[in-house]
Design a protein around this ligand. Sequence first.
Ligand SMILES: C[S@@+](CC[C@H](N)C(=O)[O-])C[C@H]1O[C@@H](n2cnc3c(N)ncnc32)[C@H](O)[C@@H]1O
Length: 256
Amino acid sequence: MTGNVSVALQFDPHTLPVALRPWLEALPSSAEQSATGFVLRFLDDRLQLLAPDPVLGELEIDLGRGQAGYRGARARNERLVRACGVREGSVIVDATGGLGTDAWLLASAGARVTVLERHPVVAALLADGLRRAGVGRPEIAGRIDLTCVDSRVALPRWQQPLTAIYMDPMYPPRRKSALGDRRLRLLAALFAAEGIAESGDDVGGLLAAARAAPALRAVLKRPQREPLPAGAPTPDYSLEGRSTRFDVWRRADIVM
Ligand SMILES: C[S@@+](CC[C@H](N)C(=O)[O-])C[C@H]1O[C@@H](n2cnc3c(N)ncnc32)[C@H](O)[C@@H]1O
């Protein structure tokens, strides 16, 4: 978890839904004054992050509806689901939770998904998205657990055998054009304002941690032409798409 959060909190914690309170209590109290202009508010039963740049606007997490819901309904055909080898009862760690779209997709395909997200504000937004999505789709939301932790720390200590560990780190800033999703650009702006992830997330560190954990597969999503981090082993295979690819490393020594 980062210790450098600088988002102003614009709500009375006592008015929050009980399920959300622990996630916001986890934020440092110094967050009351924002040095970065980012604001977290609770409005119309939803947690929202507002960027100081009006072009980036606001971010709230909606799962099970719109694009996420549409893709969830067809989850079994998705490249991500095939890359992770998901079947009914698969156990997945999503090591880079973010907006939760991919975790929702994996859970829609029948997997139990533990989501790890290191940033407490992103984790709080995701907890809120899961809380609301759980009202309409309790069977899917109920297959997802969320923890605010750095995966590079959590994964090497993992005990339970896993079907797959999935990683979708932020792209480096020079790939801004590849960050098509405005909401991911908003997250990137928050991380940059806090002085973290200035050169994208630590892909090499995540991959090393995933390969140290007891998983049948480590799956890494990257822009199509992005080289692997220096020293990374060659993947066993890749599922290629137009703009992204999923690199897959397999282990034969794990018993589920
Ligand atoms: C590109 S987003 C992931 C998007 C996600 N796949 C989705 O469907 O919305 C990357 C996220 O990974 C998180 N992250 C990066 N490195 C991490 C780490 N070492 N441990 C946990 N979370 C991490 C970032 O904070 C960010 O929220």
